[in-house]
Design a binder for this molecule. Structure first.
Ligand code: ZN
Length: 137
């Protein structure tokens, strides 16, 4: 390896040229490697973050869709449902294989559970009001 500044012959693993003090290419290459590895780690961390969101969304969606039908209390299916929608939307950003599919399923379940809990709440409410009115006369 030669110094790119003064052209002196350098040992392969020297960080600086002993003649002119210029940084050798060896050190620069190492730096690039470290940067690339850091980027890779960031991408992987980000991917697992979306993956967690997808799984959370799917779980919340299952809870929402299995509780929305409970009379009156079904409105509480919105509690897992609404964050389930948000986590599902975030999880869909994952580019990892299959993760965005899980997020999509979580998103759909959460959305359906939330809407149905809202609609059924008013249905139950309506039924109770009718019953009260009927008993009053
Ligand atoms: Zn040099």
């Amino acid at each position: 390896m030669k110094c790119k500044n003064c052209n002196a012959e350098l040992l392969d693993n020297t960080a600086f040229c002993p003649y002119c003090g210029t940084k050798s290419e060896y050190q620069q290459e190492q730096k690039v490697e470290v940067i690339n590895e850091t980027k890779k780690e960031e991408v992987e961390t980000e991917a697992s973050c979306w993956e967690n969101f997808a799984n959370i969304s799917n779980t919340l969606g299952i809870v929402a869709i299995s509780t929305f039908w409970i009379p009156i209390l079904g409105l509480f299916a919105m509690l897992p449902g609404v964050p389930g929608i948000v986590f599902g939307a975030l999880g869909k950003r994952s580019k990892k294989n299959g993760v965005s599919d899980i997020a999509q399923r979580g998103f759909t379940k959460s959305l359906v559970g939330t809407i149905l809990s809202f609609v059924l709440f008013f249905v139950w409410y309506f039924i109770i009001i009718i019953a009260i009115l009927n008993s009053a006369y």
